[in-house]
Design a protein around this ligand. Sequence first.
Ligand code: F6P
Length: 405
Amino acid sequence: MMNIAVAQSGGPTCVINASLVGVFKESLKHPEIDAIFGSVNGIEGIIENHLVDLKSIILTNYDMELLRQTPSTVLGSCRYKLPDWREDEEVYKKIAATLKQRNIGAFLYIGGNDSMDTVNKLSEYFSQIGLDIKVIGIPKTIDNDLCITDHTPGFGSAAKYVATTMHEITRDSIVYSIPSVTIVEIMGRHAGWLTASSAVLHSMGETAPHLVYVPEAEFSIERFLTDVRQEMSKHKAVIIAVSEGIEVPEGVQSGVVDNFGHKYLSGIGKHLESTVRTEIGCKVRSIELNVMQRCSSHLGSKTDIDEAEEIGAAGIRCALSGETGKVLVFRRIEDVPYTVVIETADAGDVANQEKFLPKNYINSAGNNIRRFALNYFLPLIQGELDLIMDNGVPKHFAIHESVLK
Ligand code: F6P
C-alpha cells in the first residue's frame, strides 16, 4: 500500500479542480493507493509538511461535481522556484522527508511550464538519491503556452470566456451614433493564444474583433494608429483585442516580477486608450479582462472540464505504471470530429519553455487572425456544464480557511 500526494500550482484556471477530481477519482479505483493527500499551496505544502487528507474533505460525488464547477485551486497555489539540487539541496531534503514520512509513492503536480520545472528537478533528484517516488506533471494554464501538448487544460474555458465577453462588448459598443474604439486587454504573457481566440467570433459572421494584436507579431504605435483609422473608416465601432504581452514603451508596465522572473503584465489597454484619445480624439474605452478570464467558471467549456479530469486520471495511471519525470499531454488527431489522445512527454522537454502562436495563424498585416486558424480554437470551447446553483449564483466547493492555514 502507498499514499499519493497532489498539489496545484501557478496561475489559476477554471479547471484545475477538475484535474484534482480526476486524480482523486482514479486513485479511489486502485486498491494499492491508501491515503490521498492534498498539499496546501503547491510545493510549499510539501516543503512545510502541510498536507490535508482529501478523503476526509471530498466526501461525495456531489462534492466532486461542485469541484468541477469551482474555479481556481481549492488547495491554494504558489509560484515557487526550486533551486538546482546540485547547488542547494536543503529544500529537496525537506521535500523528501515529508514524502517519506507520509509514505507517498507518487506526487502529482498540476501546473504550467514553471511547475514542470519542479517535476523535472524533483524526479531527477529522487533518481539521484535512489528514492522511489514517482513525480508526474498534469498540465494547466490559460496561456496555452506549454510545449508538446496540443493545448492545455484551462485554455478552452478562458477562450470561451474571452470570445463570449468580446461578443457582448461588441453589442454594447455599437449603440451610439458616434464613432468609438473599444480596446480589450487579454492575458497570456508572451503567447497570443488567448487573444487570438477572440477571433472565433468571425466564424459567426461578426466583423469584430476588427484588430487583434498578439506578442508574436511586431507592434508599433504608428502602425496601430494607422490600423485604427483604417478600421474607423469602415466601422462605426471598432473593437480591438490586445494581448497583455505585446511590446510596449518603457514605463507602461510596473516592472514587478515574480519568483520565475516573469513580469506582472498589465496596462497596455489603458496606454492604447489614452493614445487613441490624444491622437484620434474619438470616444474610446479600454477593458482589462484581468482575472475574470481565468476564474469565470460559469462560462467554463465542458470539453475543457472533461479533458482536465481525464488528464488528471491519466496522471495516476502513469505513476502506477512506473513512470516518473513525465508530463501528460494531448495529441490532437482531428479537428472534426474533434478527437484527442493523451500521451506522455519528458518533463525536461516541457519545463521552462514556451509554445507560441504559429506565425501562419497571423495575417500578413500582423493585426488579425486568419480564418483557417479558428479550426484549432473552436473544438476547445464547446459545451457547457449544467451548473449547480445556490441563491441564483453558481455554487462552489471550498475547503475551510482554518484547514488551509
Ligand atoms: O498563469 C498565467 C497567468 O494568468 C498569465 O496569463 C498572467 O500574465 C499571469 O498568470 C498573472 O500572474 P499572477 O496570477 O501572479 O498575477
